[in-house]
Design a protein around this ligand. Structure first.
Ligand SMILES: N[C@@H](CCC[C@H](N)C(=O)O)C(=O)O
Length: 282
């Protein structure tokens, strides 16, 4: 059996996109593990299925490289917008909707020469995680709360953007120097996060922008995470490093995203790119 796919990335967060309008995937968990593997598969951070929806232009489902399913993918949703627009699946409209496990999201597409370049996504309201970690909590949410990992105290702010994120701001260490392959799994599998967690390691730069590295549950270190950048922008506001209702630049390993946190919602703006198309024998 042959499967057509498109490799796309948003700020280096690269997934294998499968058009399920005309193809069927029966075991997406197993397929994601096989295709994400770089030596025997295609290589990537996971797969994203694009299917018909009865309440939006399309539905997307995201599977991490280990086969687990995420509820939402910020970099992925911009790529799905590009896929739909560039392939003529939304009749040239630049306002489109995409159904996700975390609700229907609206995208405003910025188009040049018939191709989508960037998208602004209304990601929905940030959900402040209820306190599971004792001590130093503002209200009933986890904001700047101490969490011991490997006998060291980290101060974490937990924000859900449909999927769970734990954001840590570093004053002294440059996040570029952290050994994420050692540290990331300790947060991902910490007993306080039974559903596992995506973790963002962040420096606030002198100009007020944010430098972020991410360890994603189910995929390890990726070059960017859209929901993670949103959670980081929100956490920066909650901790007084940035201001709501302003554009916050988040520098990721694979590019920049612009985040705006308002009382009603979080907006994320960034690019999406097609890398190549292919067909794989299963
Ligand atoms: N890379 C994504 C998030 C993908 C899902 C995540 N690893 C999870 O399991 O929650 C993004 O750009 O948001």
């Amino acid at each position: 059996m042959k499967l057509s796919f498109t490799k796309m990335h948003g700020c280096g967060n690269n997934y294998i996109y499968i058009n399920c309008f005309d193809q069927k995937v029966t075991d997406p968990e197993k397929l994601s593990i096989a295709l994400s593997e770089p030596h025997f598969g295609i290589g990537g951070d996971g797969i994203i299925l694009i299917s018909p929806s009865d309440r939006a232009d399309a539905q997307m489902r995201i599977f991490n490289a280990d086969g687990s399913e995420g509820k939402m993918c910020g970099n992925g949703i911009r790529c799905v917008g590009k896929y739909l627009y560039d392939n003529g699946m939304v009749g040239g409209r630049t306002t489109i909707t995409i159904d996700t496990l975390s609700g229907v999201k609206t995208l405003e597409l910025n188009v040049r020469d018939g191709k989508m370049q960037t998208a602004r996504v209304d990601m929905g309201a940030a959900i402040l995680e209820p306190a599971k970690i004792p001590v130093n909590m503002a209200g009933s949410s986890v904001i700047d709360a101490p969490l011991v990992v490997d006998e060291k105290v980290y101060h974490v702010t937990c924000v859900s953007m449909g999927n769970p994120h734990c954001v840590i701001f570093f004053n002294e260490d440059d996040v570029d120097d952290l050994d994420l392959s050692r540290l990331g799994p300790k947060f991902e599998h910490h007993p306080l996060f039974p559903e596992r967690i995506n973790t963002e390691f962040v420096n606030v730069l002198p100009d007020g922008s944010l430098k972020m590295r991410v360890w994603e549950r189910g995929s390890g270190e990726t070059w960017a995470c859209g929901t993670g950048a949103c959670a980081t922008g929100v956490a920066a506001c909650l901790n007084g490093f940035c201001k709501p209702d302003t554009d916050i630049t988040v520098h990721l390993r694979g590019g920049d995203l612009t985040i705006r946190y308002t009382t009603e919602t979080v907006f994320m703006t960034g690019a999406a790119a097609t890398v190549f198309k292919g067909e794989i024998e299963l």
